[in-house]
Ligand binder design. Structure first.
Ligand code: ADP
Ligand code: ASP
Ligand code: MG
Length: 405
């Protein structure tokens, strides 16, 4: 008998009909002789609606209360899915993050899973039940409800698969798998049969929200076999695993991110310790910083620019305003009309010319590059937001991602 963890995203459980479809899939997996643990997200756009409700009341609510609110979406889903499975005549129980002992850090709205006590789930499985768990939520050491960051139900699923030593973690969503680019933007994008953990981690971190980036990190660290499939059909999905078989693909995909903003700290004192002071203050508040660019010092000062996710922009700017004196800086500016396009592929390390090909594609479209960042397996460019769709299509085509067998 195998233990399978399945995760169904918001669109897969958006209404009664889809919940019944998911219940049928779970029934089939159970009747094939497997133990089944299911993680679900909030229905459809529920989490966005909850966020809007919060903003109507208070534009700057405490993150603890925000988590209390946002976590309710998943609680609705687990109860409804359990009822759907009951209606099919199978034994089932729904459980919240707290009830299954998902312990997290206390960084509200972006908490990290620290430990999982699998005993309750094991007991229910031993009793023959299908176990339905609320994604995206956990509990900190004050017994307060936390959430794991938008898209975090994937991470709940992989963490449970790791903790329970599951044989497979299946992520069901509204696309057939991981594509060479977001199939909504690039209709010619192709489904990948395989992608390595490292490549998928880059794709997810660089904006391909088909998987939450923390879920891929956990899958890699705990060697959890992961597959991304569609909940609306039975097509083959994409396997995320240690080694990619499709070695001939130098570039695996193009990712894009429009949820970013650029911050520029102007006139920072040109002396040791300033960058550390700046980025430590942001890191201490759990703010991730991406592409960093420092200007050449002039007249004893320099400018430091970097990108953050839009959801962190206000908090980051406030932190920096409070630090201006300490940094000897004169001003902090920001821009939201930017986007990031990236190419990802483990093969690029051994293939010179990838960057120049990417720049050529953008140049041919007349798109200006504002910042560049590279690693062994990715190249990212910051460009004007209005150009992102054209950029993704052009780069995808330049690397012939629509035609590689
Ligand atoms: P779920 O609610 O099931 O978690 P998400 O909306 O979070 O689903 O993720 C699925 C979406 O990810 C797809 O609908 C697709 O638009 C988007 N996406 C972005 N990049 C990719 C990619 N490279 N491959 C597949 N899907 C992608
Ligand atoms: N419901 C949460 C969100 O919309 C978590 C998830 O869907 O994974 O971000
Ligand atoms: Mg998702």
């Amino acid at each position: 008998m195998s233990l399978i963890v399945q995760k169904y995203g918001g669109s897969s459980v958006a209404n009664a009909e889809r919940l019944m479809n998911v219940a049928g899939r779970i029934k089939a997996a159970k009747e094939a002789g497997n133990d089944i643990v299911v993680v679900v997200s909030a229905q459809g756009d529920t989490t966005d609606h909850l966020m809007d409700m919060a903003m109507e009341i208070n534009s700057n609510p405490s993150k603890r209360e925000l988590d209390m609110l946002l976590s309710t979406g998943e609680q609705i889903s687990i109860a409804l899915l359990a009822m759907a499975i009951e209606a099919l005549g199978l034994p089932v129980i729904s459980l919240t993050g707290q009830q299954v002992g998902i312990k997290t850090s206390n960084l509200h709205t972006n908490a990290r899973i620290e430990a999982i006590d699998g005993s309750r789930i094991r007991k229910e499985l031993d009793g023959g039940k299908i176990v339905i768990v609320a994604g995206f939520q956990g509990m900190d050491d004050n017994d307060d409800i936390t959430t794991l960051g938008r898209g975090g139900s994937d991470t709940t699923a992989v963490a449970l698969a790791a903790a329970l030593n599951a044989d497979m973690c299946e992520i069901y969503t509204d696309v057939d798998g991981v594509y060479t680019a977001d199939p909504r933007l690039v209709p010619e994008a192709r489904k990948l049969a395989d992608i390595s953990y490292d490549e998928m981690l880059e794709m997810a971190s660089l904006g391909a929200k088909v998987l939450h980036n923390r879920s891929v990190e956990l899958a890699k660290n705990f060697n959890v076999p992961l597959v991304v499939k569609c909940s609306f059909n039975s097509n083959d999905g994409t396997y995320v695993r240690e080694e990619s078989i499709v070695e001939k693909m130098v570039i695996k995909g193009v990712a894009h991110d429009v949820d970013i903003a650029r911050i520029a700290v102007i006139g920072v004192a040109d002396k040791p310790g300033m960058a550390h002071k700046l980025f430590k203050a942001l890191a201490d508040q759990g703010i991730n910083v991406d592409i960093i660019l420092q200007s050449i010092g002039r007249g004893g000062t320099k400018d430091i620019s970097f990108t953050v996710s839009k959801s962190n922009l206000k908090q980051a700017v406030d932190i920096i305003k409070g630090l201006l004196d300490e940094l000897g800086a004169t001003d902090v500016k920001y821009a939201e009309d930017i986007a990031k396009i990236s190419v990802v592929g483990a093969g690029m390390a051994n293939n010179p010319g990838i960057a120049s090909l990417m720049f050529e594609a953008l140049a041919e479209e007349g798109i200006n590059i504002e910042m560049i960042s590279t690693s062994e397996i990715k190249i990212s460019c910051l460009i004007p937001k209005e150009d992102i769709e054209r950029a993704v299509k052009a780069v995808h085509k330049k690397f012939r991602l629509d035609s590689v067998a």
